[in-house]
Structure formats: structure tokens, C-alpha cells
Design a protein around this ligand. Structure first.
Ligand code: ADP
Ligand code: ZN
Length: 604
């Protein structure tokens, strides 16, 4: 380690307070820029280390760093984590009683805080603005800055008011941070927050430790159970479902199969929700089954997998949700099961959604991009990063890289399907979805086929070379390529402008071969966390000590030490406090507080 005398104030704080050796990526440039009084717009993936980008400048500059964050439920944990490091932090939000609020306000005015967390709606209250005037502000940090953008998926009207900060406090530097950033969102954040002079820092959006996998949906709960049993036994994770009822059913199903899981959705009462969230944060290895209402700002570092049982509404949402896995940089899985029914359901939601045409068009574009990601025969990561405007090469850590799908010339199959749609569309009597089309192609004389005389069509039985699930794959891929569209309540399949070129044989259609059976019998490389074998029991001992300590103090386990830190301790087994102090994540305060206990645990 370089001597502290020669280190910059920022580096000195990084080492002494946070216990880390060196900055990551652009952290140093961002911190120097903001500490020097400049505005910044920071786009960095989840787990990239955004918090330090405003926490350290707040500690280095005179005054209090004011952090605007939309999620009041997490402020207590954020403040606890800072206090554990010896940083003086507080928050003001509607969950507090009068006395707590008064105390925090007094500390702010007296200059006894390093960081003050605020919910955005607080800034609409004149009393808050007057309070801020009575103290000294080191900087404004606007966290989850994409909430100001209407293009995105987390728009919060209160964020629009944040553009006024600059007018009231022109001398105070502002730093806006987000992990979601298509170019459209990026531009919108800059204009809406009036960050005209800000320097933009755009980090790579790659999360190399996350393994992306998208599988055809068959029996999603079973598929999920397989995944958990074969690859994520005892791991903490998040399972996303679209509806409240599927959240409930999936959680019950997991519990019935002996897996620790709790539900989370907006229909549960506030207390149960808070309780389940707190358990997820505090306990090791708990699974939360949730709607997308869950997760923003959850900075639990050791979430080992994120599973989607339904198709996310946009690539931005998917990226954001999967990004909650593996913040600690250790191997993690992003797994999505997706089927034709998802597309039908999402189209229906869009068609019946409130809002104007422009809004629906935006939602449609989001869905199309998501479908394209699901059906790609190329590297998932390359496609995902391209969506965020970043070029890359095949990653070797996604399903299509690990288990390359064969592609086949699906032109004839596409023509068969499209001409069947064409024939039914010409009838105009009734609308039919994928099920009926597939029955016709397979030559099945179901009641509904007979009722509509569909067994007399020339296309009846012309598709026996594929199975039912093969045809479903064809339909999905045609949807993803814009060669058919879904309409109305029953998921009627209709031709698009582009269909004609296939029917006229002017265009070939490449498809990916479904690997349903193959993939199940040959699971992808296990995303396990590596550690020398002899260190494992020591790690478990340290974990038990950590769990007991966290419980005693009523804070999440990771507030004491992260898994990555415990692993390093278990592997390097330090014998003295000085040696322990060199482990990544062990700062001054934690060394003084827990150092001896850790050494005792190691000596056991
Ligand atoms: P983000 O807010 O961008 O999702 P965090 O600020 O929560 O990311 O940081 C992610 C993890 O990386 C945290 O556990 C944090 O302590 C750790 N971290 C951040 N910067 C460094 C660094 N320079 N060295 C080591 N660990 C770091
Ligand atoms: Zn890949």
C-alpha cells in the first residue's frame, strides 16, 4: 500500500474510511471533478460503485452532502451502513416521527452531518428549503436520476422539481447518477435536470459476472425449481412475476418444496411488505418472489440470481432488474423463461393501457426490443450492450455463447404459417390465435377445427415436420422479427407489411432451433463462487458470527462485512489486526469495532 502521506484527500478517505485500496474505473475522475466543485452526470451499471462518487466528495468538501433518493424504505439501511463506517449520516422522510426529524435537522444545522438523505417530495416543502439554507451544503447528489425521464419506466413527477436546485444554490455542485441509460434516457436526464455544464461520465454497462440465460417457457415453476436445486441451493435471489397472483402462487410453491421464500407486491399491506423486504436484506439465502414493485435501490450485494418468470416490459427494465444480481462482483445468474403467451399478454396490456398513442407506441418499441433480445441467435450481452449504445464482442458467459443455438432456414415454415394466417384472415368470420393455427398446421381434427371447417383448408396438415413447441417457436420468432403481429383480446395473429416479402419468397427467414430438451439435460456451467476448499468451513464460521452480530445490532448482515470481504478473510486468514486491516473492505472503524472478534472467530 502506498503511504498515506502522499495520497490525495479522496484516496486517503477511500482507504481509511471504506477500507479499499484503490478506485475503480472512473470513480477517481468523478470524485476529483465533483470535489473540485464541478457538476457531473454519471451513468454506471449497478454494482459499479456509484455511491462512493458522491459520498467521498461529501466527506472531502466542507458542509453536508445532500442526497436525493426516491426510496424512503431503504434510507435507514443506507444510513446504518454509513454509520457503521463511522460516517455521520441522517435522513429526512415521511416515515419519521417529529422528534427524530427535529434531531436530524438540528444536526444538519450544527454541521454535525456528513450526509443527509432526502426524499424528492421533501424539496417541494418550503420548510425543507429554508432548513437547507441554514446549513452548509457540500453537494447535491441525485440518485436514480432516470426517474426524471419519461422515456424510461420509473418516471417520478417529483423529480422534475429537482431542476430548480441549481437556481437556488448555483454554487453547489450537483452529481446525478443512474444505472439505466439508453441514449434517449441519458439525453433526457441532462435536459430535464438542466445539467448544462456537467461533465458526463459513461462507464461500460457490462456486468461480466452476470450470466444471462433466456429459456423457452414450458412449466415455469418447475423450471425455476430445477435452477434453484441444481445451481443456487441456499442462495439469496429475486424471482420476478408479472402479476400479484403469480407472485403468491410461486412463493407458496417454493415454500411447499422446502425453499425459503417470501412474496412482495403492492397488494400486500405495508407492514408485511416492509417485513419481507427487511428479512430479505437481513437474512442469508432468502428468496423474494416479487412484482417489479420490488428492488429499486436494494443494494444487497450478495443476490446470486434474478429469475424472471414472465417477460419484462422493456430491455431497460430487464437490465435494471437483472442488475440487482451480483453487486459484489461474484458470479451470478440472470435467468428468464419466456413464451408466446407472454407476448400476447403484453400486447394486450399495451393495447388497453391508459395514455395517448405516443405512449403506446413507446411501449410497443420497448416490447419489440425485448423480444429481439429473447430470440437472438447471437451473444445476449452483445445485443444488450448494443441497446445501450455500446459495442462489444461475444462474451462467453451467456447461454448463446455457452451453448450456441443452431440456426436453420425457417423460410418454408414461415411461409406455411403466414399463408395459414392469410387464409383465416380472408375468412374474416372469427379471429384465431396461435393455438388454432398450430392445430391446423399439424392436421389435428379438434372440435374447434371441425366447427370452422378448417380441416378443409389447403393448409390443413401441411406442417407435420415440426412439433407443437417447434411451431410455437416459429410464431415467437416471427413476432420478434416483425413478420407477424398480435392483436386484440384473444391474441389474434395477423400479417404485417413485412409478411408479404416472405410470402412472395423474396426473403429468407433464419430461426434458432429450440433446445428445450437439450438445455435441460445439460445445464450451463454452474455460476458458483470459487474459494479454496479448506477456506469454506472458516467462511461458514465467519458467516455465523456475522449473522449473530447483525441480529444483535438490528442491521443487515452486509452492513457488518460483505461476503467478498469474509471470503478474503477466510482465504488469507490474517493473524493480527494489522494484517486484517489490509483486507479489502476492512476500514478503520470496522477494524476497531470487529477486528478482535474476527480474529477470535478465526482462532476457534
Ligand atoms: P452502485 O450504487 O453503483 O450499484 P455501490 O456503490 O453499491 O454500487 O457499490 C457496489 C459495491 O462495490 C459495494 O459493495 C461497494 O462497497 C463496492 N465498491 C465500490 N467502490 C469500490 C472500490 N473502489 N474498491 C472496492 N470495492 C468497491
Ligand atoms: Zn455471450
Amino acid at each position: 500500500m502506498a503511504s498515506l502521506e502522499t495520497a490525495s484527500p479522496a484516496l486517503e478517505v477511500l482507504r481509511r474510511v471504506f477500507g479499499y485500496d484503490s478506485f475503480r474505473g472512473e470513480q477517481e475522475a468523478i470524485i476529483e471533478h465533483v470535489a473540485g466543485g464541478g457538476d457531473a452526470l454519471v451513468l454506471m451499471p449497478t454494482g459499479g460503485g456509484k455511491s462512493l462518487c458522491y459520498q467521498i466528495p461529501a466527506l472531502v468538501r466542507p458542509g453536508v452532502g445532500v442526497v436525493i433518493s426516491p426510496l424512503i424504505a431503504l434510507m435507514q439501511d443506507q444510513v446504518d451502513a454509513l454509520n457503521a463506517l463511522g460516517v455521520r449520516a441522517g435522513f429526512l422522510n415521511s416515515s419519521q416521527d417529529f422528534e427524530e426529524r427535529r434531531l436530524t435537522e438540528a444536526m444538519y444545522q450544527a454541521g454535525e452531518l456528513d450526509l443527509l438523505y432526502l426524499a424528492p417530495e421533501r424539496l417541494r416543502v418550503p420548510a425543507t428549503l429554508e432548513l437547507l439554507d441554514r446549513g452548509r451544503i457540500a453537494l447535491f447528489a441525485i440518485d436514480e436520476a432516470h426517474c426524471v425521464a419519461q422515456w424510461g419506466h420509473d418516471f417520478r413527477p417529483d423529480y422534475l422539481g429537482l431542476s430548480d436546485l441549481h437556481e437556488r444554490w448555483p454554487q453547489v455542485p450537483r452529481i446525478a447518477l443512474t444505472a439505466t441509460a439508453t441514449q434517449a434516457t441519458h439525453a433526457e436526464i441532462a435536459t430535464r435536470l438542466k445539467l448544462d455544464e456537467a461533465r458526463h461520465f459513461v462507464a461500460s454497462f457490462d456486468r461480466p459476472n452476470i450470466q444471462y440465460r433466456i429459456v423457452p417457457k414450458a412449466d415455469p415453476k418447475r423450471q425455476l425449481l430445477d435452477l434453484l436445486r441444481t445451481e443456487h441451493d441456499g442462495d439469496a435471489g429475486i424471482v420476478y412475476c408479472l402479476s400479484r397472483s403469480s407472485v403468491e402462487k410461486t412463493a407458496e410453491f417454493l415454500v411447499a418444496n422446502g425453499i425459503d421464500a417470501v412474496p412482495y407486491h403492492a397488494g400486500l399491506d405495508a407492514r408485511t411488505r416492509a417485513q419481507n423486504q427487511a428479512r430479505f436484506l437481513r437474512e442469508d439465502g432468502l428468496i423474494v418472489v416479487a412484482t417489479i414493485a420490488f428492488g429499486m435501490g436494494i443494494d444487497k450485494p450478495d443476490v446470486r440470481f434474478v429469475a424472471h418468470l414472465d417477460l419484462p416490459k422493456s430491455v431497460e427494465g430487464y437490465y435494471q432488474e437483472t442488475g440487482r444480481a451480483g453487486r459484489d462482483g461474484l458470479p451470478s445468474t440472470a435467468w428468464l423463461a419466456y413464451g408466446l403467451q407472454d407476448v400476447v399478454q403484453q400486447r394486450k396490456l399495451i393495447d388497453t393501457s391508459e395514455g395517448d398513442d405516443a405512449h403506446r407506441r413507446r411501449q410497443s418499441q420497448h416490447l419489440d426490443a425485448m423480444l429481439a433480445l429473447c430470440e437472438t441467435v447471437e451473444c445476449r450481452r452483445v445485443q444488450l450492450l448494443a441497446y445501450f449504445g455500446q459495442e462489444s464482442t461475444p462474451c462467453g458467459n451467456c447461454d448463446t455463447c455457452l451453448n450456441p443455438p443452431e440456426s436453420w432456414d425457417g423460410t418454408i415454415a414461415a411461409q406455411k404459417l403466414l399463408s395459414t394466417i392469410y387464409r383465416l384472415q380472408r375468412e374474416r368470420r372469427q379471429k384465431f390465435g396461435a393455438g388454432q393455427l398450430i392445430d391446423i398446421l399439424l392436421g389435428r381434427k379438434t372440435a374447434k377445427v371441425i366447427q370452422h371447417d378448417h380441416d378443409t383448408l389447403t393448409v390443413f396438415g401441411i406442417g407435420e415436420e415440426l412439433t407443437e413447441s417447434g411451431w410455437r417457436g416459429v410464431v415467437r420468432q416471427l413476432l420478434a422479427q416483425g413478420l407477424v403481429a398480435v392483436e386484440g383480446d384473444y391474441g389474434t395473429l395477423v400479417l404485417t407489411d413485412a409478411s408479404a416479402s416472405v410470402l412472395r419468397k423474396e426473403r429468407t427467414v433464419l430461426m434458432r432451433r429450440e433446445q428445450a430438451t437439450k438445455a435441460a439435460s445439460k445445464p450451463a456451467k454452474k455460476a458458483a463462487v470459487e474459494m479454496p476448499e479448506e477456506a469454506a468451513p472458516v467462511f461458514e464460521r465467519l458467516r455465523a458470527w456475522r449473522a449473530a452480530t447483525a441480529k444483535e445490532q438490528g442491521v443487515p448482515a452486509y452492513v457488518i462485512f460483505h461476503d467478498a470481504t469474509l471470503r478474503e478473510i477466510a482465504t488469507s486468514s490474517p493473524g493480527t489486526l494489522a494484517e486484517l486491516g489490509r483486507v479489502n473492505g476492512v476500514g478503520e472503524n470496522k477494524l476497531a469495532k470487529y477486528g478482535q472478534q474476527v480474529l477470535d472467530t478465526l482462532a476457534e
